[in-house]
Write a protein that binds this ligand. Sequence first.
Ligand SMILES: N[C@@H](CCC(=O)N[C@@H](CS)C(=O)NCC(=O)O)C(=O)O
Length: 337
Amino acid sequence: MRNFLKFGTITAAALTAAGMASAATLEDVRAAGELACGVSEGVPGFSNPNSDGDWVGLDADICRAVAAAVLGDANAVRFVPLASKQKVLAVSSGQVDLTSRTTTWTMKRDSAEGVDFTAVVYYDGQGFMVSSEAGIKSAKEMDGATVCVTTGTTTELNLADFGRANGLSLEPVVFEGKREAVDAYASGRCDALTTDLSQLAAFRSSFADPSAHKILPEVISKEPLAPLVAHGDNQWKDIVTWVIYGLISAEELGVTQANVAEMAASSQDPNIQRMVGASGDTGGFIGLESSWMADAITAVGNYGEIYERNLTATLGLERGLNELWTKGGILYAMPIR
Ligand SMILES: N[C@@H](CCC(=O)N[C@@H](CS)C(=O)NCC(=O)O)C(=O)O
């Protein structure tokens, strides 16, 4: 009961703060002329500053697509790096308009922490990375191991569950930020590093000698990663959700960054016409211009192009579950009509 009350208070406070800031997020974003987008502290492939200081990656591109759809300008994004433990509060309190940052959609976050998740942009799962020298082939051989982990993540609970379910004593070594956790692992302070598999691949690729580290085969959890917005502004949630569905639908329909203008001018496919603003007014359903998706696709390409550019080309991540439902994956966008 005490927990329930305490929780209720936090939620109400978060909602009040968010409610004030977000009842009309679309108007706020238009007035500001920019989208405040919460990103990671740096995960290659998802959100990471490049050598010019520009944020690149799949999560960063989702924000650019939303800015293009809402403001007609993919560059009108203010990227706000957030540590894991800040990522939910930053959006529930209105500090950012949207968080697009390797965040797992869980019941507790979605229902009791003042935020709403939009649509999954990457189906992930948690795994382990160990030194190749350790000669370990399976996470089940890790009894007695120390494991570096970041606080405020789903990772901590999954690690404890996995240890208990398999009768393994796994000692968590908990860090406040990702940099500390990764550095501690790299310097040999822990036997293993655990987080989402995509992040393990990203961190491994950033090491001087990636082959000195290996990712174990076990996938110990479901980590559906999705951008999140403050609870209480349905229109804003619809906007972010449908931009994501639009990017996935564009891949399904063969609309690309290179052909979108031509498609808008001459496609005879009614599904394409509705999406790119050539017929009907799908943008109007969510308070945007009819060119909302044409602008987003022109800026960043369709989901497949975003994935290829950020995750296949740089990290070699296969599509796997993140392939379209028509090609054996589970990506399935709701119809735009
Ligand atoms: N998907 C998980 C974990 C994601 C996560 O943030 N992981 C840590 C692992 S090291 C992190 O801080 N990553 C780097 C970053 O996002 O800046 C969650 O939503 O809790």
